[in-house]
Every structure is written in C-alpha cells, then in structure tokens.
Ligand binder design. Structure first.
Ligand code: NDP
Ligand code: MG
Length: 384
C-alpha cells in the first residue's frame, strides 16, 4: 500500500487522481488532501477518502468545511503553513502536485526535502525553479514522475533507454481551439471560446494556456529540466487529434512514441504505480476509425506562446519566472473579462522587457521576481 498526499485535490488533475485511487482502494492510503476554495467538493472527498489532514486556502474556508462535515475527525489546516506541513508528513511515499500555478513551488520543494517522490502535474514549479528542483531531487534520491501527458509519454518512450542517446524530443500539441485563426479573428475571441478545448477537459488556467500555446512553451521548459536536454533538441509538432502524446527520436533514427485516447488518468496512474502498469478502464484507440494521423507546424506568428517561453528560457535566471508570473496574472485578467485574448502576450512581453534578470536565483529571489511582476502589472496593465 502506498500513502499519498494530493495537493490540489479539488481540481481537474486532483479529482482524476482520486478516481484512480477510488478504483484501486486497497493500494492507497490518503494522508492529506488540499484545496483552495471549493469547500463543497472537499467535503465530498473527505467523506469518501477519510484523509488524516485537509488543507484549504484560509480560515474562512475551513470554517465552511467544518460546518458541512461536523463529525469528521481529520485535522484541518489552512494557507501556505498548512500546505508545507502536509507536504512533509511522515509515512507519505508520494506527493501528487496538482495545484495550479506558482503556489505549488514551496510545497513541492518541502516534499522533496522530506524524501517524497513527486507525481508532478504542476509544471509552473519546474518552469520557475527547475534549476533548484532537479538537483534537490537528485540529492534527496526522490523521483520526479511526470503527470503532464506529453512528459509522461516521453518518460514512457525513454523506458530502458539512455538519455545520452536522445537526438530529438518531439513534443506534440493539439494546437488548441484557435490554431487556424488569423490575427483579426483572434482579436475577437471570447473567454467562452478559449475555454472550449477540442480534446481535453482541464482547469480554466491551463485551458487558456493551451489556447495561447503558452502551455506548450511551459512544457518545453518542463521537458528541458525533466529530461536534461537543451532547447535545441526539443521540437513541437502539432497533432490535432491528441492521439500521439509525444515522441523521442534516438541517435540511430528510431522514433518511440506513446499513443492513447486523451485520458489524463493514464499518466496519473503511471506516475503513481511506476514502473508497474495496472489495468485502466476506458476507451481504447481504434485505428480503423482513426484511419489517419495528421501533423502540422505550430502557428507561432500570432499564437506567440512558444517563442516567448523559449526566449525566457534562453535568457534564464529569473526570466522564466517573470514570463510565467505575467502569464498567470494576464490569464486571471482575461478570465475576468478585463483584457482581450491577445493582450495576454503583450503583458508577458511587457513584464519581460522591464525585468532585470537575476542569474541562478534562490527560492526567495524567484518569489521576489514573482512579486515584482505582479506589482508592475498591477500598476501598468491598463496602459500596456
Ligand atoms: P484546476 O484549476 O482544475 O485545479 C487547481 C487546484 O489548485 C484546485 O484544487 C484548486 O483549489 C487549487 N488551488 C488553486 N489556487 C489555490 C490557492 N491559492 N491555494 C490553494 N490551492 C489552490 O487545475 P488543473 O487540475 O487543470 O491543473 C493543475 C496543474 O496541473 C496545473 O499546473 C496544470 O498546468 C497541470 N496540468 C493539468 C492538466 C489537466 O488535464 N487538467 C494536464 C497537464 C498538466 P479549488 O478549486 O478548491 O480552489
Ligand atoms: Mg500537457
């Protein structure tokens, strides 16, 4: 039996993680579940999974939770203090990092320091602090097991192979809902359109990131850290049906790929059971129905997510943090209908342009760069 903590249990990845647990109850004990504001969802999860600890965003949310489930005996904590505490609980083998955004950074670092394996969905942590996380994981002999479907596909394709043999990583992308839109059409897109992803049902932030292609940019940086390859070896290939989840090309010309229906439970389950494979219900690929798989070049002229992220990664230091924080800020504003879709790129560019990069930043310098980005955009977003 494995004891796990799920950070971001009330979200899309969190609930799918708990679906895997639900179907394999004898294999897991839940030490802690964390959420932000969704008290109703958390109340259901607590009743069903009986965790030892629960963490919510603040005291008010804890009070609401206590009111909904008065008889439950689990310990209820809140805020960053609570998150840090449950990230290092004794007896936990794996921490599932499924929170959205940079808020996951400190809990992930705390979990690694306490020797927990990390099932990592929260890509923002690697984007901003890959240079801290990867060596730290090595030092503490913990595994960073990718949950992001592309990275899980690469990880699976690398099974039994030497990383030194990698020639190219082919990161596949669906291209999002706007892949064939012109600039004029993109000027007009609404939040509702951006939230309608053609293949995947995900949380709102990553759904917008997929529409802007920032998600693919973040994933390039995530792949760079996870697999220790330079940016020049990572190529994005658009494969609109999301059947090939990514591929690895080797020095002898062989290309290994992982295929499947778009179902996040597979990479989640693979990370939880690695290196074992267990049964997963659900649809299987039917190659006669698919008939053909088609590929395109990504549209990087208007959907500038990939070039912006690559530039941030090339500059390095605190720049990926600024790119990521500006994106988090801008996506929240877009979802709130305060800015237009294309202004997301303008805000990221603006924040990057005025940032003085700090090389090899410490955790506190990363958090400082995040704060600085928010302060700059708070002051200037109306004039960008
Ligand atoms: P969701 O928005 O669905 O869930 C986010 C989770 O984080 C929720 O549990 C939410 O709590 C919690 N959270 C948000 N803000 C706070 C906060 N301030 N304090 C504490 N908890 C907070 O996101 P997803 O599940 O879609 O994505 C999670 C991560 O996984 C992201 O980094 C994303 O990029 C990555 N990912 C997601 C994929 C997917 O298919 N969804 C695929 C690949 C990667 P609450 O809802 O209770 O407020
Ligand atoms: Mg992905």
């Amino acid at each position: 039996m494995k004891t796990i903590t799920v950070l971001g249990a009330t979200g899309s990845i969190g609930t799918q993680t708990l679906d895997v647990v639900r179907k394999n109850r004898k294999d897991f004990h839940i030490a802690a579940l964390t959420g932000g504001s969704n008290v109703k969802k958390m109340a259901e999860l607590v009743i069903e999974f009986q965790p030892d600890y629960v963490v919510m965003k603040d005291e008010e949310k804890i009070k609401e939770l206590e009111y909904l489930i008065p008889g439950e005996e689990c310990q209820m904590l809140c805020g960053m203090e609570g998150l840090l505490r449950v990230s290092k609980l004794r007896g936990v083998n794996t921490v599932v990092a499924a929170m959205v955004g940079m808020i996951g950074l400190r809990p992930v670092i705390e979990a690694i320091r306490s020797g927990k394996d990390i099932a990592l969905a929260n890509k923002e942590t690697l984007v901003t602090a890959g240079h801290i996380i990867m060596p730290l994981a090595k030092r503490h002999k913990v595994r960073i097991l990718p949950v992001d479907s592309e990275h899980s596909a690469i990880f699976q394709s690398l099974h039994g192979e030497k990383r030194s043999q990698i020639e190219t990583i082919f990161l596949t992308a669906s291209g999002g809902p706007f892949r064939s839109y012109s600039r004029e059409e993109l000027e007009q897109v609404t939040v509702e359109q951006a939230l309608a992803h053609p293949n995947w049902l995900m949380g709102p932030k990553i759904t917008v990131d997929s529409a802007t292609m920032i998600n693919k940019g973040l994933e390039i940086i995530e792949a760079k850290w996870l697999f220790g390859v330079p940016l020049s070896k990572i190529h994005v290939v658009v494969q609109p049906q999301s059947i090939i989840h990514s591929m690895v090309g080797f020095r002898d010309g062989a290309v290994m790929a992982q295929l499947g229906t778009p179902d996040m439970r597979l990479p989640i389950q693979y990370a939880l059971y690695y290196p074992k494979r267990v049964f997963l219900d659900g649809e299987r690929l039917d190659f006669e129905k698919i008939a053909e798989i088609h590929f395109e070049k990504p549209n990087t002229d208007v959907l500038r997510g990939i070039p912006l992220a690559m530039e941030a990664s090339r500059i390095g230091g605190t720049m990926p943090t600024v790119m990521n924080a500006a994106n988090e800020y801008a996506v929240a504003k877009f979802l709130n209908k305060e800015i237009k879709f294309l202004q997301i790129y303008d805000m990221i560019e603006h924040a990057m342009k005025y940032h003085n990069r700090v090389g090899n930043p410490s955790l506190s310098e990363i958090l400082e760069a995040e704060k600085e980005t928010y302060a700059r955009l708070d002051a200037e977003w109306r004039i960008i």
